[in-house]
Design a protein around this ligand. Sequence first.
Ligand SMILES: Nc1nc2c(ncn2[C@@H]2O[C@H](COP(=O)(O)OP(=O)(O)OP(=O)(O)O)[C@@H](O)[C@H]2O)c(=O)[nH]1
Ligand SMILES: [Zn+2]
Length: 387
Amino acid sequence: MYADAPSDSAPPEAVLPMDEAAMRAVDRATAALRRGEAVAIETADGSVGAAVSVESVAIDAVQRLVQLTGAAPVLAVTRRRATVLKLMGEGTGVVALSLPRCLTADEAHALADPEHRPDGAMPDGLTATAMDPGSRETAAVDLARLARLLPAAIVAPAAEHTDTGSAAEWAAKHDLLLVRARDIADYRVHVVRTLRRVAEARVPLSGAENTSIAAFRPIDGGPEHLAIIVGNPVAGEPVLARLHSECFTGDLLGSLRCDCGQQLRGAIAEIARQGSGVLLYLAQEGRGIGLVNKLRAYRIQDRGFDTVDANEILGFEADERVYLPAAEMLRQLGFTAVRLMTNNPEKLRQLARCGIEVVERVPHIFPSNGHNEGYLRTKAERSGHMF
Ligand SMILES: Nc1nc2c(ncn2[C@@H]2O[C@H](COP(=O)(O)OP(=O)(O)OP(=O)(O)O)[C@@H](O)[C@H]2O)c(=O)[nH]1
Ligand SMILES: [Zn+2]
């Protein structure tokens, strides 16, 4: 079989250690945001405020924040979304949208969600301000992204906090989870370092009977990534590898909107044909935006937009995936060089950036199925896929 690589092998990015409590705080905050709760966010200057998801339906999110903080909230969206709304030119980062009067929850929702009153007019007097990377607004949008919600949040500073107590005291007084902006920013990289191989079993597959599956779990309780190991690849040698991002609709249901199901089964068959290799099944549904947001993107595509535009209209990048987990799993399996089955030039670049040598690209092309011509054309024309 393959040998264990040293478990402390780190991704190439130089990262400071993040303590478990900080990681737990971010993880708990994502869960709170998903439940529709407000969370307290502390910035590097020691100031504190609160944020709530625009998807919070149980309560009037704006009223809740006004009560909590005593301040008028802003809507924080990605620069992508602000550009789509024609409030700003292209750029990166996060933008705060505000009104001279208090924004309503409905207005905030409509500004953040293209499916919510898609033809709604823009409120008068709306202003857009680009925010710093270390800002509460940036942290809130990043947290919403981690929670796989729409990348937007309603955010307000705690007015009463300026002269009283610490951020922790303020959060405790209001029974809010407190999380630091810096920890949210660092989270994705840190969580990868905690991936541990927690279980492995032999799972004979049709056409690839000598197969085992190893599960890698991050410490934060997030979803496991899986390594599907076919045959007996030799540790230390270049391995035939496929990085497959989870696609519930294509992989499990056989959706014809994409090519994922074919690519998944085709990769296993090809690895078996060549003798051995690894397919990493990465918990990165919808190119990292999550299944719910992918369904939203499909609705937008049904209005005539392509897959890249649809992501951007929602405020996401065309591809939100990171390949650090894949690189870390390969290292832990004992591989530092791959023959990568892909048509996606970004996967080649990203994996190399994460310290894995790509010695060869193995094309991984399947004919269109009568429904996905547009999807494949967009991959070629806009994402640079090599077909
Ligand atoms: N956001 C979004 N994600 C999609 C859409 N269609 C498929 N996906 C996701 O795209 C991912 C599939 O990507 P991959 O199989 O890695 O394909 P790829 O990036 O084109 O690269 P290669 O196949 O390696 O060339 C899965 O997570 C799917 O859920 C879509 O229309 N929108
Ligand atoms: Zn798919």
